[in-house]
Design a binder for this molecule. Sequence first.
Ligand SMILES: Cc1cc2nc3c(=O)[nH]c(=O)nc-3n(C[C@H](O)[C@H](O)[C@H](O)COP(=O)(O)O)c2cc1C
Length: 191
Amino acid sequence: MKRLFHIDSCLRSGSRTKLIADALIDRLSERYEIETIKLSDYDFPVVKDDILNERSSGYVPDEYVQIAKKIAAADVLVISAPFWDMSFPSALKVFLENMSLFNVTFASNEKECYGLCKAEKVLYITTRGMNIKTGDEMEQATPYIKAISKLWGLGELHVIAAENIDYSSPEQIEEKIQNAIKEGEALCDAF
Ligand SMILES: Cc1cc2nc3c(=O)[nH]c(=O)nc-3n(C[C@H](O)[C@H](O)[C@H](O)COP(=O)(O)O)c2cc1C
């Protein structure tokens, strides 16, 4: 069975993003072996001098190397993350920095960096409070995920998003979530 690695960056109980992600992961579990890391269960450290010095001397905690290896080996990578401060939560950025490991997720030669990850597809699932569409200049999550995908050698990025959630009635929110699930399921069936 092919492998899917899910970075669950939904940090709030009652997360609407998680409702969409749960449904899509459920759908994908029919064809993929799923492994999820739930960032709310972790406190990944901010990368600064101590970590950089350890890396320079060749040391990275084995737990992090093992997670990064799973990311590199996955056939599909799913990132679920609410839209915070025009991007995604910093917990996800800190996680990605800890996973951006030389000779695991990327490497370089004398000319350039290149990716070591296998996934041909990345699925980013989000909900946004404001009426901001994917690709809007105010939306700074997708460009970053595209860029890190390029560094790590990940494939095509697909985005499932529901917008204007914080200015919708409960009925409208439910409808938006169901629409995102429907769109996502059709997409996932082609993965
Ligand atoms: C800390 C925080 C920051 C947020 N920043 C933004 C923002 O910059 N733009 C926006 O459209 N919505 C913002 N929102 C609203 C969320 O995007 C929206 O409520 C989303 O549905 C939350 O996802 P969740 O239900 O999965 O937690 C923010 C919410 C929180 C809690």
